[in-house]
Design a protein around this ligand. Sequence first.
Ligand SMILES: Cc1ncc(COP(=O)(O)O)c(C=O)c1O
Length: 369
Amino acid sequence: MEKSKPNRWKLVTKLVQAGRSDDAGSPLNPSITLSTGFIAGGEYGYARNNHPTWVATETAIGTLENGSALLFSSGMAAFNAVVELLPVGATVVAGDVGYSGIDKRLKELASANRINLNLIPTGDQAAMITAAATADLVWLDTPTNPTIRVWDIRAIAAATAGITAVDNTLAGSLHQSPLDLGADISMHSATKQLGGHSDLLAGALITRSTELLQKLADIRTLTGAVISPFDAYLLLRGIRTLQLRQDRASASALDLAQRLAAHAKVAQVFHLGLPSHTDYELAKAQMCGYGSVFSIVLNGDAAACERVAGATELWSHSTSLGGVESQLERRRRWVNEPIGVPENLIRFSVGIEDVEDLWQDLSQALDQA
Ligand SMILES: Cc1ncc(COP(=O)(O)O)c(C=O)c1O
């Protein structure tokens, strides 16, 4: 049986304890069960419907945002499950800049007449609120990947006719609680901060609605977008240290952003902790930290950005984010990146290395821009 968890415990404690058993002789860590079928008459039937190895990880992720969680095979699978809640021809409202995979998928669904898509200029809160009033689904990528803008979750969720879902990936969960702000669903690419080690693909949806939870679980079963037991296990292992990693990485991110703001080769820094950011006040009101991802616009063209990315020794020139190792990339190197993302934008995902080492490497690379 799972240990009971006193409510007075702080989140960091709960994350270390979530999903462990109290039974005499039981393993300290929940085991990986490698079986697709289960003997009839018990709690489990077939591994695509539900799986014992998912339970502890889903408990931990639910604990993070005070809701119930479902694991998926990737962040994209989690997003697609939300869309599957909608009838054909439903109206979906989203920002015109956001994570490129979701942006592309929304446009594909619209051109196949699966949904009616309304993309709102990113940052136009009033237009988003107006559009939300007739939306079946509002999809908010906030902070926006990779331009780091903020949508006003509370105001938009209050105005939404249907479901409000928030992609909470960039905030890394600990720095933003969409469900507390009125959203119906919080989504994660758990591939990023939650896993934290760039070694697994996973997605998660968190909700407080039992009706949505049941529908999403059924969609997961029938679309087959399930996570492997190995990845569910690794994800839980990552979540145990989430707060330590995120505290360290986000402190370093703010420090580096402040130094970059004063650097001659940098035209603009998009970090929500800088008072110069357009969304500084809104971020302060709805977040309790700024995460470990931020972007800059270089004083220079795309080729100069590529020179910087190619000149680092410590920062890895690679895609993805939220791992213990620092990464950077020019996002427009990807053909699907929304055109609202500047050609000379570099996105940084700050890891847990020494911040002076990170700065020295970055400043010598900037010298080569
Ligand atoms: C903000 C955001 N949402 C969703 C995804 C998709 O997640 P996954 O790659 O786990 O499918 C990503 C991936 O980079 C992302 O950055």
